[in-house]
Design a binder for this molecule. Sequence first.
Ligand code: G3H
Ligand code: 13P
Ligand code: ZN
Length: 342
Amino acid sequence: MALVTMRQLLDEAAKGGYGVGAFNVNNLEQVQAIMEAARETESPVIIQASRGARKYANDRFLYHLMEAATEVYPEISVALHQDHGNSPETCKSAIDLGFTSVMMDGSLMEDGKTPADFEYNVRVTREVVEMAHASGVTVEGELGTLGGIEDDVGSGEVNLTDPEQAEEFVERTGVDALAVAIGTSHGAYKFTKEPDREVLAMHIIEEINERLPTTHLVMHGSSSVPKELVDTINEYGGDIRPTWGVPVREIQEGIKHGVRKINVDTDLRLAATGAIRKAFAENPSEFDPRYYLKPAKAAMQEVVRARMEAFGQTGHAKDYDPISLPDMAVRYREQGHQLTVT
Ligand code: G3H
Ligand code: 13P
Ligand code: ZN
């Protein structure tokens, strides 16, 4: 059984000084592309599903896809994570479904759009920590808001994380991992030019890491939006405006300062779309879905492999034996929320 808690996976990453990509899934091809890249590079990995993904795929289908992944790739340590849980109820349903980690995004109200105040965020996040840790499940919280309004997640209002508040937030909630807002946003349109240190506030990560050296930091909106992927889409009839994402070298800087989980969704979407458009254009008479889904899968696998190498997680898949959820629950009970697993 290769299912691990995200807490163990991130503690190991901290020990090894690397980051772990958290890739979003909605369907079979995405799950397979990510797991193949993990096998190819012997990487531990986080697979995450948004509320939208759970609705699209149906919880039971998604659960069995994930279960199949752990069966087919038993040598890979994989954590199953709820991305952007909007309420304790959503997190509870993910735990009931078998996820080993949940994000309670209390930076926004339950609608996933309206910015929430600090006390609301502390209250709902603490509630999820109590519930999740009792089952050994890891919790990610978020402080500050991202810039984007795409994908039904985000207020459109940027509110960078305050390092002093981050310290209080972690102390009062007991979260295992903290998502920080440093100027990124979800989706393909993050920056209108290559981001410099003014728009991408990496210094916030450094400050938070100094105050909270044992808290695992999470970067959302971390797709790099590679020009070649955008160009392929446009070359074959797509219409993506000029845009910039988060440079991989900035993520690598973050990893030196406590970033352990890096969320990537858009880059896989771009890769799949470009490959499908190309396949359609090159052979308009084909109508077997396998004809265009196979290159889409290969293109996503290529992106995931490249990120795994850049984040330094390669070769670490078999470093440790998974601690079971009941054993993790005992550890939280005996050592408190801010335990050290490894
Ligand atoms: O949070 C953003 C992720 O990219 C998931 O997007 O809500 O469209 O599934 P989604
Ligand atoms: P991207 O849109 O940059 O891939 O971000 C994904 C994300 O943060 C999922 O929570
Ligand atoms: Zn996100």
